[in-house]
Design a protein around this ligand. Sequence first.
Ligand code: GLY
Length: 374
Amino acid sequence: MGVVQEKSVITVELPQNPYDVVIAPGGLDHLGAWILDHGKQRKLGKKMLLVSNPSVFDLYGQRAIASLEQAGFDVAYHLIPDGEPHKTLASVEGIYDAAYAHRMERSSAIVALGGGIIGDMSGFAAATWLRGIQFIQVPTSLLAMVDASIGGKTGVNHPLGKNLIGAFHQPRLVLIDPQMLDTLPVREFRAGMAEVIKYGVIWDADLFEQLDATADLSEYAAVPVSLLQTILLRSCQAKAIVVSKDEKEAGLRAILNYGHTIGHAIESITGYTAVTHGEAVAMGMVAAGEIAVQLGMWSKALSDRQTALIRKAGLPAHSPAGLDHDQLVTLLQADKKVEDGKVRFILPTGIGTVEIVNEVSADVVRHVLRQIEA
Ligand code: GLY
């Protein structure tokens, strides 16, 4: 077993299902032992189904399985091809087939080894197989580490929209091994950095300042190891606190959607392929910042600081060329976060503070879209 130099544990304090997020470089080799150590209040059987995609499995699958077997688990694995087009009910049926073949029981668990897509699908399969079995998140992308793996949102896409089918199902344990970021494609690293910047703006002014004071945030190799540990810790702490206070997104949790209102619309218009989720969120944060400036809630100076940070992370601060503004405004009305027909924006009021604003006129949105055009 490899040596772990630093192990941080954050607890997501949910009354029914509290669970730990463990951040530890080299932690992958301790996966099996830590599954046993954490979440002891839930009875766990021996059967485990590891779900991954071929590229992640090639890199880390055997180490994960070895660690699980060393801890006494009986492990089968199931691979799903990489990418958003595979985030479907049909792929989840493949997980069910593997669970059936492995004779999984109520006390069995699914281990998700991969990015947000693998985590969301595995979690949904775990939420529904035998009316709910346990699952463990081992996120391998920065975005999944700081956002998707924590909080229990699971699901798949419907042909008419992203993540329209899903369930809240909290994991037993989230294990984050930052060393796995070493093999993450640079564009994916940047996508995750968009969510990290998000936490700085909506929740953690000190994190924002630390990011601001760093010369280069655009790739794994450029970020000092100690800062990376801080980034993961502070981001996961922010997410854990928000989820603990509002598990089912009745109020506060909506602030995690900062940058996502316009971001989702851009992703949808560009077909979920041209722009990564993180890039769309980056553009959405720039737009939200400028909307807040228009509404007198935020200063132009702070909005410019946010834009500079986004650029420093190698992320786009302009909307894609040729974006159809009418289509975007129409799409905003169809977003699943619309309530009573009102588009909800999360808008900054400082560094580390935001407000949920339900009425932003289409005129202001159009004005800002013109402003941030490439
Ligand atoms: N990614 C937003 C949330 O988990 O609520």
